[in-house]
Each structure stands twice: as structure tokens, then as C-alpha cells.
Design a protein around this ligand. Sequence first.
Ligand code: 13P
Length: 283
Amino acid sequence: MLAPTVELLRAAQAGGYALGAFNVYNLEGVKAVVAAAQDADSPVLLQIHPKALDYGGTPLIALCLAAAVNASVPVAVHLDHSTSRDAIQAALGAGVSSIMADGSHLDYNANVAFTAEMTRLAHEQGAAVEAELGKISGTEDGLTVAETAARMTDPAQAADFVAATGIDALAVCIGNVHGPYPGEPRLDFDRLDAIRAVVEVPLVLHGTSGLPDALVQRAVELGVCKFNVNTELRQAYVGALGAAAGDLLDILNRAVHAMQDVVRAKITLFGSARKLPTNPKNV
Ligand code: 13P
């Protein structure tokens, strides 16, 4: 069933577990995520990166929404990392359950203004909003320790940011990076704890691929309610295609199963298996 993101996040926050938000690019990704969630009786998010939206357009959103409606578990459809008002409006018009308004490249006041405006638009359509404070690095950024710390979420700003924008979920930067981690992943849990102490909305962690299980579990304990997973799924997909030979549908099914294995393991780790909200409202 298609479920509102905000309901799933609130249930996760109340239940002390986290949702997996898995980036999908096509039918194989959607099938893998929904099948794994159904096998585990878990709520889940299908997440569309703006580059995936450039590639798949509104038919990709329609595919996700149709898969959600037909799923036996609650599935929300989320637009990831959008810096563009046009893309956000298009996704809201197509019926997504939530968006990430990403003003993290802007200075603080401009980030607040952009995020507040996108939140107003989304809430008018009944959709939820995630936004980021701080700036998540990619592995290629080559930053010094001091530069990395300067880009982390400032707990002192976090409560003000949430209040000033009206967002429903806050993505934190605590040492997490998109893509493969360049060395041993380290998360600043003291910072996460300080953010949690002043922010009531559910917290989100990007860059989950490559994080050791113990760090993920600690993040759940400290209030992370949504983990974004992309790279590990892409690697599973590309790996299955690289090894592929034979009938096309057999190849596609192997790719689905490879991604499904990744999703299944993450759902178990996040603690969302067998956590179906009692009243997931259809939208
Ligand atoms: P990874 O690619 O590191 O899993 O990060 C995904 C992500 O954060 C998408 O927003």
C-alpha cells in the first residue's frame, strides 16, 4: 500500500527502529526493494535521486507509485536530494509521498529560505519534507579533518533550522559520506546525541553503504529513523549484470535477486522487519 512518509517515520521513531530508503533507477530496483520488504513484513521507502528522475522522468515516479499501491506492505515514494524547485514541483505533482529539499550548498539563511519555501509547497500537497543541515561529503572530496568537521551539522543551529523551516525530518552530517568510504568509517555520535537532544523530528542518515553494522545500530539507538542506501544496491546490480550471460529475463532476475539480498540484509539491520504500522493510511 502507498503510505505517507511522515506516518512511517513517526512509527519508526516511536518504535525505536529505522526505515530503509533505497535508491531505485528502474523496474529491477523497484522489484528488488518491494520483494525484500514484503518478505520481511517491513515498511520501506522507494527513493528517486534527481539524476534517476532525469533518466526515468515521471514514468519512473509512476512505476514506484504503482508498485507501492500494489505492495502488501506500506511503501512510500521519496524524491532524494533535490536542489531544484521545478523538480520538486514536478515530483509533488506526480504524487510522491515526500521530498528532500537540499539547500545544503547554500549559506544558512538561504538554506532556511529555500527549505521553508519547498516545505510550504510540499505540505500543500500532503507530502513530507526532509532537509539537510551541514554538507555531506563525497569520497572524492579529499577534505582535511578540520574541513570535514566544519561541514558537519551544528547542534546549536539544528533546532532553529527545524523550527524556521517546518520540515518533517532532518538529515544530519556526522562524518557520513556518499559512496564508498575512503578509510575506516567514523561517525561523530556525540554530535548525533547533541542534535537528538534538541530536535524532535526524526533524523536521517545518508551514505549508509559501507557503514559497519555496529555503527548503524548505534545510530538507530541515538535516534536515526531513516537510512539512505544507494551504492551497495548499484554495486549488486552492476555486479550481477557483469557476470551475466544467457536469456535476458534470467539476467534481469539475477540482478533483482542480487539487489534484493542487499535490501533484505539492511532491513534486518535497521530493525524494520515485522514492524508494520497498525494504521498505515493510504494516500
Ligand atoms: P550511499 O550511496 O553511500 O549508500 O548513500 C546513499 C544516499 O545517501 C542517497 O541519498
